[in-house]
Design a protein around this ligand. Structure first.
Ligand SMILES: Cc1cc2nc3c(=O)[nH]c(=O)nc-3n(C[C@H](O)[C@H](O)[C@H](O)COP(=O)(O)O)c2cc1C
Length: 187
């Protein structure tokens, strides 16, 4: 059974009542939360059926939406390396990673589950100022984007760009921290 806070969010998402930031944060959660995704799909199907019953004209996607999707697709294809997803709990310890994580750094989920990414991926040349900014953003529960040096499992370095987004409950407490990361280059 999904927690009530997530059911409420799903209803807001499907009904179009979220603003752009809320939508993109919710879509981050959908990428790893399969039960929530199935729930959203059920709600969406229900919505489409209701819409079709009401007015068939509204079924075609508006041209602006089509253009926006095409631009988003193009900019994704231009980026280097596959996108890595890291999900941490409120304690900043890893709960889940996608398969691109292993390709990026050589660690598996079993190597990192329950640990802080910093314990595993950072080293002597990781920029201290960037670490401080990330720590501050996590403490303040605000999103942050940083580029810094990390270390592969074999000890060699790479440059990574990461964006961390806090997903907050209605009381403003973090449910998860979700990071999207991209290896820019091996060093
Ligand atoms: C979801 C998530 C993913 C993270 N991924 C990385 C990462 O790939 N590389 C990195 O250097 N730090 C990463 N961090 C940041 C560190 O784990 C840590 O929070 C940061 O260094 C500041 O805290 P500290 O004082 O514990 O070092 C991530 C944090 C979170 C919450």
């Amino acid at each position: 059974m999904l927690p009530e806070v997530l059911q409420d969010r799903a209803a807001l998402y499907v009904s179009g009542a979220m603003n752009a930031d809320e939508r993109s944060n919710f879509e981050l959660v959908l990428e790893f939360h399969h039960e929530l995704k199935a729930h959203v799909e059920r709600l969406t199907k229900l919505g489409i059926v209701m819409l079709a019953a009401r007015d068939a004209e509204h079924m075609a996607p508006p041209p602006e939406l089509r253009n926006r999707l095409l631009v988003a697709l193009e900019s994704r294809e231009q980026q280097a390396g596959p996108e890595v997803l890291v999900v941490a709990g409120p304690d900043c310890r890893v709960q889940q990673v996608n398969s691109a994580f292993f390709e990026m750094c050589g660690y598996t989920i079993d190597d990192v589950r329950g640990r802080k990414p910093s314990e595993v991926l950072q080293g002597p040349e990781t920029e201290k100022a960037a670490i401080d900014r990330i720590r501050g953003a996590l403490r303040d529960r605000t999103p942050c984007t940083e580029t810094l040096i990390n270390y592969h499992r074999d000890g060699s370095r790479y440059r990574v760009r990461l964006s961390i987004t806090p997903i907050l409950d209605d009381a403003g407490e973090p449910l998860w921290f979700v990071a999207k990361e991209r290896k820019l280059e091996a060093l």
